[in-house]
Each structure stands twice: as structure tokens, then as C-alpha cells.
Design a protein around this ligand. Structure first.
Ligand SMILES: NC(=O)c1ccc[n+]([C@@H]2O[C@H](COP(=O)([O-])OP(=O)(O)OC[C@H]3O[C@@H](n4cnc5c(N)ncnc54)[C@H](OP(=O)(O)O)[C@@H]3O)[C@@H](O)[C@H]2O)c1
Length: 299
């Protein structure tokens, strides 16, 4: 039976550390770090993610504001808003909640954010820094996964990590992070065109599923004793549940947990880490703006 990696508890630890560091920063005479969140339209899931982020920010002493725009906001208007926030010295971090309405090009928007305020780590400068192994903002979900491994005492050096999924938000930056010096995994990246996926996942010491397909990774695809990190958040119908659905991961948790050595649950695994690492990035944004240099990440 696998040991559970308790993302909720580890995220609480990271948030407590951020809170203590924010308090020390303010006690040293600086203003509180300030996060500006942009929400366009009225997608209920996006609104709920934004509330989660701003509430978590308040709990650690980070000031935040949500700029909520009507779905008809034009791309030019949104770019003007980003320019305003870029120039505003009281704003340390800018986050644009995705997805944006179809008439707005998300790349054009994300590329307009000043890299030193890009706490989501999606700007090409930060993506490039990650690729080169230089300090910069690392997207919160991959950074959160690394923290889960590190704080659970799981060795990565020399291990074979198999990442299933190559999105710009999770799979791709995670694969690059796992390759970093100091983390030192040997990395295989799989995607929807991979032939014989199971033959590769069966070789994984560390298997990370970021696919978006409910319970896709089954027990026969997992090696005995492997570390299994489930990034997926999928809604499946469940008439017994008050909301009519429940959340499951990309991994068949019941069966895989009988075989794996370590496993993250859904919910309560990677999800809470994403918010905790966003808060840490916002703190770093405030600190590095003060010193005008990129601060090396402790990874
Ligand atoms: N816990 C969190 O905080 C958090 C954060 C972000 C995302 N998520 C969740 O993580 C999941 C992935 O998110 P994402 O944004 O990375 O999704 P995405 O952009 O849809 O990317 C999915 C990736 O999985 C690959 N894939 C899809 N079906 C596959 C299959 N049958 N076999 C192998 N590879 C397959 C796709 O391959 P191709 O590239 O070939 O299409 C793609 O690279 C979603 O459930 C999402 O909700 C969770």
C-alpha cells in the first residue's frame, strides 16, 4: 500500500513559511507584497480559482486586488490595463486568469506582462530562463510538484521520471525542471502521440500524470514501488454527491495505490501546492523588485 503524499499539509507548511517571510519583510520597513489578478468574463470555475488565490494571499499577508472585467473587454483594452499594472510601482505580481474569452489572444496578453511581475512564470523570458537553468519565475504547478517530492524526502537524482503531458503550464516546464542540475532526474516526456505509453510508464521511478483524462493511468502501467504524482483534476458525474459530480485525477487511485510506493490524492495532492507556490512567487517578486535582480529559487 502506497504512502500518501499529503499535499494539503505540505502546502500549509509552505504557506506558513511565506507568511513568516512576508511578516519579516514588512517588519523590515517594506510594504506588503501586492498581487493584481485579472479576471475576464464570468466563468464560474475561473471566478472560484481567483477567490481561492486572493483568499490565500490575504491569509499570508499579501495584498491582492481582483480586476474583474466584462467578457466584452477588447484585447486592446486588456493590453492597456496590463501596461498600467506594469508601470504601477505598487504592484509586484500580475496574474491573468486563464482561459480568456476566445476573441483575446492569450499569448499576446501573457507576453505583455513585465517578466519581473510574471508570477505565473508563463512569459517567454521566464520560460527561457527555466530552460537555461537560470533563476526566474517557475510556473506554480511544476514548482509545487518539486516541493512535494523534496519535502517527502523522495530522491530525484539518477531516477527515471516519466512525465505524461507536454502542456506549457505543467508537463513541459516540469520536464525541464526535473532535468535541472541539483534535481538530476533522467526524463522521458510522453503525449497523445506516444506509442506504447504503458511500456514507458512501467519504467518510471517517478511517474507524473498531467493529461486531463479521468483515471487514465491504471495499475498495470505502474511499476511496483513507484512514486506517482497525479496532476489531473477531472469532473466525473456522481449522482450520490450533493453537487452531482466529484473530482478525480488522471490516475486510477484505488488500484494504483495498492502498487505504488508513494502517491498523491486528488483532491488534496498537487492542487493545494499550486496556490502555495503562487504566493511564494509573489513574495519573490516583491523582494527582487527591491533589489532589481532575479533572486535564485531555492530548488
Ligand atoms: N493540480 C493543479 O493545480 C493543476 C494545474 C494545472 C492543470 N491541472 C490539471 O492537469 C491536467 C492537465 O492539464 P494541462 O493544462 O497540462 O492539460 P492540456 O493542456 O490539455 O495538456 C494535456 C496533455 O496531455 C496529453 N495527453 C492527452 N491525452 C493523452 C493520452 N491519452 N496519452 C498521453 N498523453 C495524453 C496531451 O498530449 P498532446 O500534447 O499530444 O495533445 C497534452 O500534452 C488537467 O486535468 C488539469 O485540470 C491541475
Amino acid at each position: 500500500m502506497a504512502q500518501l503524499i499529503d499535499g494539503k499539509a505540505i502546502a500549509a507548511q509552505v504557506r506558513a513559511e511565506v507568511k513568516a517571510e512576508v511578516a519579516a519583510w514588512v517588519a523590515a520597513g517594506h510594504r506588503a507584497p501586492h498581487l493584481a489578478v485579472i479576471l475576464v468574463g464570468d466563468n464560474p470555475a475561473s471566478a472560484s480559482y481567483v477567490r481561492g488565490k486572493t483568499q490565500a494571499a490575504a491569509e499570508v499577508g499579501i495584498a491582492s486586488e481582483t480586476l474583474h472585467f466584462d467578457t466584452h473587454l477588447t484585447e486592446a483594452e486588456l493590453l492597456a490595463e496590463i501596461e498600467r499594472l506594469n508601470a504601477d510601482e505598487s504592484v509586484d505580481g500580475i496574474l491573468v486568469q486563464l482561459p480568456l474569452p476566445a476573441h483575446i489572444n492569450p499569448s499576446r496578453i501573457l507576453h505583455a506582462i513585465r517578466p519581473e511581475k510574471d508570477v505565473d512564470g508563463f512569459h517567454p523570458v521566464n520560460a527561457g530562463r527555466l530552460l537555461l537553468g537560470e533563476p526566474g519565475f517557475v510556473p506554480a504547478t511544476p514548482a509545487g510538484i518539486l516541493e512535494l517530492l523534496r519535502r517527502s524526502g523522495i530522491e530525484t537524482a539518477g531516477k527515471h521520471a516519466v512525465v505524461v503531458g507536454r502542456s506549457n503550464i505543467v508537463g513541459r516546464p516540469l520536464a525541464v525542471l526535473l532535468l535541472q542540475r541539483g534535481i538530476d532526474a533522467t526524463v522521458t516526456v510522453c503525449h497523445s502521440r506516444t506509442s506504447n505509453l504503458a511500456a514507458l510508464t512501467q519504467q518510471a521511478d517517478i511517474l507524473i500524470a498531467a493529461i486531463g483524462q479521468p483515471r487514465y493511468i491504471t495499475a498495470d502501467m505502474v511499476r511496483d514501488g513507484a512514486v506517482v504524482i497525479d496532476v489531473g483534476i477531472n469532473r466525473v458525474e456522481d449522482p450520490a454527491h450533493p453537487r452531482g459530480y466529484r473530482l478525480v485525477g488522471d490516475v486510477d487511485f484505488e488500484a494504483v495505490s495498492q502498487k505504488a510506493g508513494w502517491i498523491t490524492p486528488v483532491p488534496g495532492g498537487v492542487g493545494p501546492m499550486t496556490i502555495a507556490l503562487l504566493l511564494r512567487n509573489t513574495l519573490y517578486a516583491a523582494q527582487q523588485r527591491y533589489t532589481y535582480t532575479y533572486k535564485a529559487r531555492p530548488l
